[in-house]
Write a protein that binds this ligand. Structure first.
Ligand SMILES: [Zn+2]
Length: 86
């Protein structure tokens, strides 16, 4: 059985840690949810927005957030990863 992407009508290529199915275009959201889970769904600032804290708020953000917002979240995650490397 093929799943459909939670964001569009395309066939999903992956399922993320929150249980959402994503197509190739929206697969980047799986990176956001995977990072959130690995860090216990923290409060993530991505000015002028924010996600969380908590799995419930992350699930809403990753599931229904617009692409612009999720790209900001992904950038905020990359910033945090880079700072942790210093
Ligand atoms: Zn999609």
């Amino acid at each position: 059985m093929m799943n459909r992407c939670a964001r569009c009508a395309e066939f999903a290529s992956i399922t993320d840690v929150l249980g959402y199915a994503w197509c190739v275009t929206h697969a980047y959201r799986a990176e956001v949810s995977a990072w959130g889970k690995a860090h216990h769904f923290p409060d993530l600032k991505c000015f002028p927005f924010a996600i969380g804290p908590g799995e419930y708020l992350w699930k809403i953000a990753v599931g229904v957030g617009k692409d612009d917002f999720l790209y900001m979240a992904l950038a905020a995650i990359e910033d945090r990863e880079n700072n942790e490397d210093l």
